[in-house]
Design a protein around this ligand. Structure first.
Ligand code: NAD
Length: 313
């Protein structure tokens, strides 16, 4: 089975490519290396095509004889989209449209796309179930809503087999901590291991549904193998609700000492609370259970410590 992974040199994509190759799938990665890196695919036996999903010829080459496409390529950060909305729109919304056109030209390989919990935005209902009103608060969230809406509309208009996942806060090995738009787990782990104060935006009571990247890779791989389709978006998270202060407590338990915190202003476009309703996911993937948060965090800390060759004590 041949699977194209766009954004496969990124955090989630490279973890997914590794899982798929280990299971004997043939993987073709398309990535322009704007936020990802070749090093993420070290030791992964995948074909690598460097370039943008905005290039139709490159997509046609990648999709030749493909059975499935997992479209993860995007500029994935809320603050980055607030700083440069057009760049986010091009990569995320127009990029998805280009991938959909390439899927049509290729005769309809199965397609999984990555949307985001950020589409729920200002809607305060908890937990977030897929039927509720979306209310994006950032250009990034709008571009992800466009990603899933285009995908589901293409399924309806052109008979494509698709699945649009809404990822929540995915974390794990390979996630970058070394840029201004780093996600919360790598930013916290990196600070903890480097002896810097934990950069805490807001008061830390904001909550997130953290999902270990290994759990995400397993669900996507199963979707591809079984060609699981849905006419509506599907949350890819398991309903956990952890505050940032709670996350710091867990990290303190793992590293074995208290961690200083640096108080920073809240970030524009961030949502206060996020927690998934997992009903639809559990119906489609009844056998899959997530890696528990504590174990995923331990793996993540171990990877960061190895990558930075720091000691945990
Ligand atoms: N990490 C999360 O918690 C999270 C949450 C919700 C949604 N998502 C979505 O999951 C997907 C993967 O995110 P990630 O966290 O692995 O981010 P990432 O930045 O590590 O990966 C994105 C990859 O896409 C590549 N890319 C960007 N623009 C491209 C383009 N025009 N053409 C080809 N490649 C391009 C980047 O180089 C990178 O390798 C994204 O679509 C993101 O929006 C992630």
């Amino acid at each position: 089975m041949r699977v194209v992974v766009t954004g496969g040199a990124g955090f989630i994509g490279a973890n997914l490519a590794r899982v798929m190759v280990d299971l004997g799938l043939e993987v073709v990665v398309v990535d322009d290396l704007s936020t990802g890196s070749r090093a993420n695919l070290d030791g992964v036996d995948a074909r690598f095509l460097e370039g943008s999903v905005l290039e139709p010829d490159l997509l046609d080459e990648a999709l030749t004889d493909a059975d499935a496409v997992v479209h993860l390529a995007a500029l994935p950060s809320v603050p980055r989209s607030v700083a440069d909305p057009l760049a986010s729109h091009h990569a995320n919304a127009t990029g998805t449209l280009q991938v959909l056109e390439a899927v049509r030209r290729a005769g309809g390989p199965y397609l999984v796309v990555a949307s985001s919990s950020s589409v729920y935005g200002a809607n305060p209902t908890m937990p977030k179930h897929e039927g509720m009103r979306t209310a994006p608060l950032s250009p990034y969230a709008v571009s992800k809503l466009a990603t899933e809406a285009y995908t589901l509309a293409y399924a309806h208009c052109y008979g494509l087999d698709v699945l649009a996942f809404r990822f929540f806060n995915v974390f794990g090995p390979l996630q970058r901590a070394d840029h201004a738009y780093a996600a919360v787990v790598p930013a916290f782990v990196d600070a903890a291991l480097s002896g810097r104060p934990i950069p805490l935006h807001g008061d830390g009571t904001q909550t997130r549904d953290f999902t270990y990247v290994g759990s995400v890779a397993r669900v996507i791989t199963e979707a591809v193998r079984r060609r699981v389709v849905s006419a509506d978006p599907v949350n890819l998270a398991y309903g956990g609700r952890t505050s940032l202060l709670g996350l710091i407590d867990l990290l303190e338990a793992i590293v074995g000492h208290p961690l200083a915190r640096a108080s920073l202003p809240p970030r524009a476009g961030d949502v206060p609370h996020s927690q998934a309703d997992r009903q639809r996911l559990s119906t489609l993937f009844p056998a899959l259970e997530p890696v528990p948060l504590e174990r995923g965090l331990e793996e993540t800390v171990r990877w960061f410590a190895q990558a930075h060759q720091t000691s945990l004590v």
